[in-house]
Design a protein around this ligand. Sequence first.
Ligand SMILES: Nc1ncnc2c1ncn2[C@@H]1O[C@H](COP(=O)(O)OP(=O)(O)OP(=O)(O)O)[C@@H](O)[C@H]1O
Ligand SMILES: C[C@@](O)(CCO)CC(=O)[O-]
Length: 542
Amino acid sequence: MQNGRGRRKNGSLKLSKNKSPRPPVSQSFAQSSDGEIPVRPKVSMAPVALANDPFTHEISTPATTTTTAATNPLTTNGVHTTKKLMARKQSSPMAPTFMVSAPGKVIVFGEHAVVHGKAAMAAAISLRSYLLVTTLSKSQRTVTLNFRDIGLDHTWDIDELPWNVFQQPSKKKFYYDLVTSLDPELFESIQPHLESVGKGIPEEQRKIQQRSASAFLYLFLSLGSPQSPGAIYTLRSTIPVSAGLGSSATVCVCISTALLLQIRTLAGPHPDQPPEESEVQIERINRWAFVGEMCMHGNPSGVDNTVSAGGKAVVFRRTDYSKPPVVTRLPNFPELRLLLVNTRQSRSTAVEVAKVGTLKKEHPRVTETILNAIDDVSVSAQELVESLGNGECSKETLEHLGTLIRLNHGLLVSLGVSHPRLERIRELVDHANIGWTKLTGAGGGGCAITLLRPDIKEEAVRELEQKLTDEGYAKYETTLGGDGVGVLWPAVLRNGSDEEGGEEIDQQKFENADGPEGIERLVGVGVQEKREGWKFWKRTAP
Ligand SMILES: Nc1ncnc2c1ncn2[C@@H]1O[C@H](COP(=O)(O)OP(=O)(O)OP(=O)(O)O)[C@@H](O)[C@H]1O
Ligand SMILES: C[C@@](O)(CCO)CC(=O)[O-]
């Protein structure tokens, strides 16, 4: 059970209120302006001199040719960059160690249905994944994945990877491309390089490692080049793996961001970055994270990576897989008091999604009816949230949302994606009559959310929590609606320590951090909102 600073004492989830002036209630931000690039910049990870700041790295990009102002980081910093250019020339050829971080999510309404073109409502949570990137010296031609939570520690020789397959002119993708399906030939070409991953460990665990490794290799080979610098990618997360909180998407968002930063195709994040420009960067990260998600579990809707990349609370719908989804922000998402409970029953999203696919094939009419009913629930919830002027929630509104939660869960049960351990949570909550419960994420185990009634006694909540603990459930404490992907470049933080110039986060410190609490104490963002050093691309103007 976590208990980091800045969390609610009562252990519930809370959606941070948008303190800034609110943008229009509903705003679609799915379309990026990537299509405006007239010339395809040559993307290469050639070891050119990288300065100590990726946010201006654009000025030392010999591999980048002319692009438009809207998408070209080269043109975003004007006069300011000239000075940096002079300094840059003397800089080390190695990038400093840096870190990226991405949040998990809860799906409040619409999981599974969203895979079939229906709407889903989801919000970022303050549990996050953290990826530390350590660049190796020029002579070290290897890439290492050190993914601590799943015991993956594997090194590949860069020169032995199937660059020839990925770099065929007909296959080569560019960093701004919209890739909506995996190329079977490319996917096939990485399989031999996955064979030695997790050799000798139990098959189940090996698959988990291979899934993550496949997402990394596909992205590395798509975005990198044979000249890519050697690096160690160390990942740790405060999100439980395979529990419905979008852990795989956070891994993909972190990898995508790290690789795009390494090839210097992202502008910012910086505090005065125009929201439209931030939007382009988030979308670029999101597109490649989606490709990683496809490697992880076949048929993702893209809602998890979208929330993880951009943060906040949104309604997501993708009707045509060859186009970007429609994403509607919910700046008025209310402060909800939610309990987030983990069954500790791990499962695979791919398996649960496939179950619904099979049901749809075998019972098309009835399954479509259920999926449409879930869509109606999500749309109804969206209308309700959008009608809330200031995010305040009356008793009636809460009850309305509660009923929708109950309905949504019932529909998911009929799709066959619940689990006795999830039903037990619902039973205990219903028995105490203190709220409305639904599974969140893919189900089949994983997590449930309970919206607590407004007038319940604290004692009743404590009693329920005790029962859940006694029966082996875990409770997570988090806030909803925080920032999306963030960057700490270089990996230096002021943790209230006396270390001059801040505390440098190196491989060893990161590896030694003790559990989720230790990670948050060392590098945590989200729970501690004003963490000096971390920067985020913001979707809305401050
Ligand atoms: N912390 C992590 N480190 C490395 N790989 C991870 C981590 N968390 C998740 N993964 C990868 O993602 C896979 C889990 O993805 P899955 O989609 O089943 O779960 P989830 O993302 O937690 O749930 P959901 O998609 O329902 O929100 C794992 O098998 C593993 O390959
Ligand atoms: C089950 C699902 O709807 C949500 C997983 O978090 C799958 C997806 O949207 O990709």
